[in-house]
Every structure is written in C-alpha cells, then in structure tokens.
Design a protein around this ligand. Structure first.
Ligand code: FAD
Ligand code: SIN
Length: 535
C-alpha cells in the first residue's frame, strides 16, 4: 500500500536520508558525518518542530554519585512491567552516560547545583536523583538548540524544511533506496519529489495526535510508523500508549496539544489530591506520587470516575522558587489563570508517548533492508509496557549513535527505484476529529473489549471516507487512521492489564502475555499478527 500522491517532479540524492529533526534525527545525522557520509535531513515543518523542544523534565543517566547503570536498569525494568528487552535496556543505560557527555561536548548546557556539579532531580519510577535538566524545565529546548547549532555548522548535512516524507522507494532487490516527499518550497524543489539514498532513517517522533488531547505537538502524527508499515516493516508494542498523569486541565472541548506539568514538579515535592483534598496516591504504591507514570495515571483516572470530576489537583504550593525552577510551567499556568505558588493546579492524563513503534534491533534496523528507525518512532524494546520518565531523549542519543555506526559499516551501492505495484489510498482530512475522539473514548487510559470494538467500528466506517485530493492534511490523517487501527487491534489482542495498557475486563497481568504483539500490513492492505516472547 502507498498513499495517493502526485508523480514526483524532481529528484535529490545523498548517501543517507534522515527523516525528522528531533533529538533522534539530529543525533543520527551528526554521527553519520563522522564517517564522512552526505546526509539529507528532511523535516515536515520548521526544523525545530517536534516533541524534542517541548521536553521538560530532562534526561535520565546514571551520572550522579553512587548511581550506576545497573540501578538505572532496575528502575527501567520495573517501569516496563515485564516487557522490556533486557539487551536494549542494557545498551540504553550503559551507553547513556557517554551519550550525554557527548551532547554536553556538542554544546548543551545543563543546570548546575550550588556546588557547580550538574543538578540531578527525580521523576516517577526513579529511585535515584538522575535527571539532568536545563533552563529549569526547558531541557528539550536546550537539547534541540545545541544539536541544531551543530547541524547548521556542518556543510555535509543538507536540510529541507517543510518536507513531508510520504512513502519509501525500494529497488529491485526489495531494499529501501529512497523516499517520496512533498515539499512546500521554492524553485525546482516544490511539490512531490524523490530523494534517493543508500539508507533511510526514520526519526519522525510520536503519534500523540491520534488522540483528542495530547502533550504532543501537531507534527506528531506517527507518519514514520505508518510509512514503515506500508513499506512492509513490522511494528510492535503499539498498544502501550503512555498517558502522562499531570497535564494541565483546561476544558474538555480544547483539543490538540495541551500544556504539560512535568513529573519533576512532583520530584521537587508536589503531590496529588482529589476534590476532597485527600492524597490519594498514598498507600497505592511505595513511591506514592512518584510511582511509575502508568500507575499514577490509572489512579487519577479512577479518582475522576469515582468522584465524577473532570480532573484532580496538583498541590505545588510548597515548592520554593517555583517560578525559577519551572519557568515554562509557571508561565503556562499563569496564562491559564492559575498561580501555582498559591493555587492548586487542575490536572488530568493525556496521551504523551508511544512506547512501541517500528520494531528494530540493537542497531536500529527495521525488518525491511535499508530502513532504520530511531527515537520515539522505533520500538527498541527498551521501554516495554511503560517508558520510565526521561528515558526517551536518552534513547534518541544512544540509538542515533548506534544506527550511524551500523550504516557506515554496511553501505550498499545506490539502487534505482523499481516500479511498485499495489494500491494507493488516501482519506478525507475531515475525519480527523471523529477519529481522535473515538480513540480517546475507546482506546484511552482504560480500555475493554466493548470500548475497543466500538472504536474499531467507528474507524472502519471512517475508512470509507476516501479522498482523491492529495495534500498534507490528507496524508497525515491517513497515517493517523492506519495507526489508530494498529493500536486498537493490538489492544484487543492483549487480554490482560500491564503497564500503560489497562483493560477493565482483564484487570490483572497474565504470564501468558509476557510477549509482544507484532503487526505488519501487506501490499493489499491485509494485516498480520505474530507474537514475540520477550528476551
Ligand atoms: P521528535 O522530537 O518529535 O521529532 C520528530 C521530527 O520528525 C520532527 O522534526 C517532525 O517535524 C518530523 N516529522 C514528523 N513526520 C514527518 C514526515 N512525514 N516527514 C518529515 N518529517 C517528519 N522525554 C524525555 O526523555 N524527557 C522529558 O523531559 C520529556 N518531556 C516531554 C514533554 C513533552 C511535552 C513531550 C511532548 C514529550 C516529552 N518527552 C520527554 C518525550 C520526548 O520529548 C520525545 O519522545 C522525544 O523528543 C522524541 O524525539 P524524536 O527525535 O524521536 O521525535
Ligand atoms: C515530564 O517532564 O514529566 C516528562 C518526562 C518524560 O516524558 O520523560
């Protein structure tokens, strides 16, 4: 299957194409340059768009006194609720500290304590203070700034902004040899074109926009996961959508990206209360308000249901110097009429992170030759059923480095694209809101066979709303549709509750489900499912 698009009118070439300019794409591009490979970096909007610049809490790495990768590993495995791939976690935590040092060498500046050491804070699920942060709660903006500055200085990386990757191109051997893309540009590179390369890295970030309320920016429409599926790659763990527990509650009618209240706020002493002022996380988990985020999100959801309230409250009034420590959060609260130093903050869960994605090995190779995936788009297995806070930026740094090394060692000759067979499809952008509401309603924090089946039915009906008018909104909604189907299929399969997959009709974890759901999609649009026992 491919998305319906115009005939490519122009061609560009490089050794490697990187799709996406978040932490994963930028890190991969910079490391490829160490092997002197030419890189074409295409990115759908402005170069700094994406989740990376919004990251608040920080980056987790065992850099503090007394902390070790082993302890970071233990916390990651506990959060992952039995589904982490041990070797992927091992890579993440052991190579993490060096990857962070390299980021610092590239110019990223992290906050320091009074003694001049890097200040480390705590977030949900961490038993140690191991989160580096920058600008208080503007860690992602600093990571993005530093990496972008390095990319912009490098003449071997060509950047095309406003360039939406549509589908991959394959050579006669079946190996990926490029992509089709649409550029809103000037001169010859405008409209649909082809980019050819010897390897393609997908680093298109998350898919939060599948839901009506999300912390993710508008570009997070899961394009890379959807295009990998269409290319024949396997995806895994997509039922594990992480809902961040503390997203500023404003009004249910406000859709799209919502302001995040970082877990680091709880790390600095804030706590949750219900409408009666009760600290409901106490007694629910040994780490109470700092339990792994799936557990906190579920407890909040239960409170909201039992007490029939649209949100719970976060009490951060005890945090000294709130405005200095959390300047971004402080101003977004003020902009919404709340002074967090004096008032409780209304919070509720919203979709935040895709723990699953395109199935990759330890060097980022997907199941399709020549196609790599990195960052939130990928499923390395490091997050299992629920990502540990602040392990995502780290994953982009660590696996971006590994992918570039593998590509440099295994560069094939450039192949010419073969003529592809198969169907084209495209959906009407007008279905977007119905799709998002159906997903929030039936495949959100809590799911059941009934709710998922209803959502699937709605999605199947939406699938008949075809479009013959290729445009950005139509490509994005077609990607959202494919992912929504994949999430619901996977969530229906998993008849247990584990990590961020909570089934009200199967409330307990089951040892039978110590395996991941792996899905693929063939040229004719037929889905297949297999199970992979977790190593
Ligand atoms: P992104 O940074 O999302 O970049 C994706 C890129 O791909 C963008 O440039 C986008 O424009 C581009 N793109 C998308 N589709 C296409 C297409 N079709 N063609 C071309 N380009 C495309 N994680 C942490 O570890 N610590 C934190 O403190 C933290 N806080 C967070 C706070 C918020 C509000 C959010 C939303 C996330 C947070 N996360 C945090 C998660 C983390 O930020 C992301 O998982 C991570 O930044 C993803 O990086 P990425 O490079 O994979 O994707
Ligand atoms: C946060 O700051 O709470 C988000 C951290 C993350 O998603 O890792």
């Amino acid at each position: 299957m491919k998305l319906l698009a115009g005939i490519p009118g122009w061609t560009v070439k490089a050794d490697v194409i990187v799709i996406g300019s978040g932490v994963a794409g930028l890190t991969t591009a910079l490391n490829l340059r160490a092997s002197n490979l030419s890189v074409l970096l295409v990115t759908k909007a402005r170069i700094d768009e994406g989740s990376t610049k919004w990251a608040q809490g920080g980056i987790a790495a065992a850099l503090g006194p007394g902390d070790t990768p082993d302890q970071h590993q233990k916390d990651t495995l506990i959060a992952g609720a039995g589904l982490c791939d041990l070797s992927a976690v091992d890579v993440l935590v052991t190579e993490g500290p060096e990857a962070v040092r390299k980021l610092i060498a590239r110019g990223a500046v992290f906050d320091k304590s009074d003694t001049g050491e890097i200040a480390l804070t705590r977030e949900g699920g961490h038993l140690r203070n191991r989160i580096l942060h920058a600008g208080g709660d503007a860690t992602g903006a600093e990571v993005s700034r530093a990496l972008l500055a390095a990319v912009q200085e490098d003449n071997g990386i060509e950047v095309i902004e406003n360039a939406l990757a549509i589908d991959v191109l394959k050579g006669k051997s079946g190996r990926v040899c490029g992509i089709t893309l649409h550029v809103i540009g000037e001169g010859s590179r405008d409209g649909v074109g082809r980019a050819l390369a010897r390897a393609v890295v997908i680093a298109t970030g998350g898919l939060g926009q599948v839901y009506a309320q999300t912390t993710n920016p508008s570009v997070s429409t899961g394009d890379g996961v959807a295009l990998s599926l269409r290319a024949g790659a396997e995806i895994a763990d997509v039922e594990f959508i992480q809902f961040h527990p503390t997203v500023l509650w404003r009004d249910e009618s406000l859709g799209g990206q919502q302001p995040l209240i970082s877990e680091a706020v709880r790390g600095e002493g804030a706590f949750l209360v219900n409408d009666k002022g009760e600290r409901f996380m106490q007694g629910k988990h040994p780490q109470a308000d700092l339990a792994p985020r799936d557990i906190v999100a579920i407890e909040i959801f239960k409170q909201m249901k039992e007490r029939n309230t649209p949100h719970v409250w976060l009490d951060a009034t005890g945090i000294k110097d709130f405005a200095e420590r959390f300047p971004t959060i402080y101003s977004s609260c003020l902009a919404n009429g709340i002074n967090p130093t004096k008032q409780l903050i209304p919070v509720s869960p919203a979709s935040h992170y895709a723990s699953g994605g395109v199935l990759v090995d330890l060097v980022g190779r997907t199941t399709v030759a020549g196609l790599y995936a990195c960052g939130e788009t990928a499923c390395t297995g490091a997050h299992g059923a629920n990502r540990l806070a602040s392990n995502s930026l780290l994953e982009g740094l660590v696996f971006g480095t590994r992918i570039s090394a593998d590509i440099a060692q295994n560069m094939p000759e450039q192949e010419e694209p073969a003529i592809e067979t198969g169907n084209d499809f495209l959906l009407d952008p007008a279905i977007k809101l119905t799709l998002q509401l159906a997903m929030s309603q039936g495949a959100g924090v809590m799911r059941s066979k009934n709710s998922l089946s209803e959502t699937l039915l709605t999605l199947q009906q939406l699938g008949s709303h075809e479009s013959h008018d290729p445009c950005i909104e139509a490509w994005e909604v077609s990607n959202l549709y494919l992912l929504a189907i994949a999430i619901v299929r996977s969530a229906l399969e998993r008849t247990e509750s584990r990590g961020s997959h909570w089934r009200s009709d199967f409330p307990d974890p089951s040892d039978e489900w110590l395996k991941r759901v792996v899905q693929s999609y063939d040229k004719l649009g037929k889905w297949s499912t297999r199970y992979e026992v977790v190593k």
